[in-house]
Design a protein around this ligand. Structure first.
Ligand SMILES: Cc1cc2nc3c(=O)[nH]c(=O)nc-3n(C[C@H](O)[C@H](O)[C@H](O)COP(=O)(O)OP(=O)(O)OC[C@H]3O[C@@H](n4cnc5c(N)ncnc54)[C@H](O)[C@@H]3O)c2cc1C
Length: 312
């Protein structure tokens, strides 16, 4: 069956904080706006237990915060579709084409707000223990490990910050990393000064053990050549992130880390295509900066559309 062709002013890819904020603004400016989401609405923050640095809320769960932004966007007319997946995009043409499994969307503006994913632990047992001892989100799941033994895997800022955070719950915390630290000195120092913490550099996690839940990990000490078994209740994996840019890589300029190159105005190398939130190459990735990008992209999208239609 031939796919139906549908016109939209704006197609937003991704319904995280950046995409939903863009949708709220676009809807409010009477732009015919569609948001396509291929995972969970809310993205990285969807399951966060408590957010304490989003202005206006002393403490709010990710679900509650996102539900509010979603409802604001929908109230202003934006449509959010989480059941139809994108198969192809053509961004350099006019109109731009976003083809999904069910439809072909022709649009004047595309706002890419597809965020990023945390890299998974590359061990076959990972699937068995995911959520049952293997975690990727210390803010979401850390509270489950009150007075337990926790391991954190990774050596960058994200890993060391996660480890520092988790010391508030752990009775003992191992930081395991296969090479040397890349994290900044201040965070490293804070970790080293904590009596609960044992740092294991040049050490690789080789195997996860347990019945229904994780009970221990086998680690290989590269310096001594020894394999050790460590009892742990939970391991928090912080070994990097993958920006969600596979769909766009042939058309749009990407940075070395795979993120979209766009300035604070969120404009990419293609007219009418904007990048907002964590998918954009930038230094600070927070909810507030994602919301800020969504705002900027939407307002400049409207200007672009007005020009295109000869209104200004
Ligand atoms: C565990 C954790 C806790 C955090 N806590 C805080 C905090 O307390 N405060 C704070 O300010 N920040 C926090 N952050 C950072 C914050 O969550 C991010 O900066 C923010 O969520 C980025 O929003 P985003 O919309 O750019 O991207 P994302 O949240 O990554 O959303 C992108 C969305 O796009 C979707 N998508 C991807 N590819 C496609 C595609 N091809 N088609 C359709 N949809 C697609 C994804 O499924 C996702 O829903 C936290 C992050 C994590 C991981």
């Amino acid at each position: 069956m031939e796919k139906k062709i549908v016109h939209k002013d704006v197609v937003i890819i991704g319904a995280g904080m950046a995409g939903l904020t863009a949708a709220l603004y676009c809807g409010r400016m009477n732009l015919d706006t569609l948001v396509l989401e291929n995972g969970i609405i809310g993205g990285q923050i969807a399951n966060a237990v408590s957010i304490e640095n989003y202005p206006g809320f002393e403490s709010v769960s990710g679900g509650e915060l996102i539900a509010t932004v979603q409802s604001q966007a929908e109230k202003f007319g934006a449509v959010i579709d989480e059941f139809d997946s994108i198969v192809k995009v053509t961004l350099k043409s006019n109109p731009k084409i976003v083809e999904t499994e069910e439809k072909i969307y022709q649009c004047d503006v595309v706002i890419i707000a597809s965020g990023m994913n945390r890299r998974k632990l590359p061990l076959p047992e990972e699937r068995k223990f995911a959520g049952r001892g293997v975690h990727y989100c210390e803010l979401c799941d850390g509270h489950m490990y009150q007075d337990k033994i926790i391991a954190v895997m990774g050596g960058g800022n994200a890993a060391v910050d996660a480890a520092n955070f988790l010391t508030k719950y752990a009775k003992k915390l191992y930081l395991i990393h296969r090479s040397e630290f890349r994290a900044d000195e201040v965070s490293q120092k804070r970790l080293r000064q904590n009596d609960k913490v044992e740092i294991m550099l040049q050490t690789e996690v080789k195997k996860l053990n347990g019945d229904k839940r994780l009970q221990s990990v086998d680690v290989f000490d590269k310096n001594s050549g020894e394999m050790k078994n460590i009892l742990v209740d939970g391991i928090f994996v912080n070994i990097g992130v993958d920006p969600n840019t596979q769909l766009f890589k042939d058309e749009i300029n990407l940075s070395a880390s795979g993120r979209i190159i766009a300035g604070e105005d969120c404009r990419t190398n293609i007219d009418g295509v904007f990048a907002a939130g964590d998918v954009r190459e930038k230094e600070i990735r927070q909810l507030t900066t994602a919301a800020s990008d969504g705002t900027t992209a939407a307002l400049l999208a409207e200007k672009y559309l007005s020009k295109l239609k000869g209104e200004n």
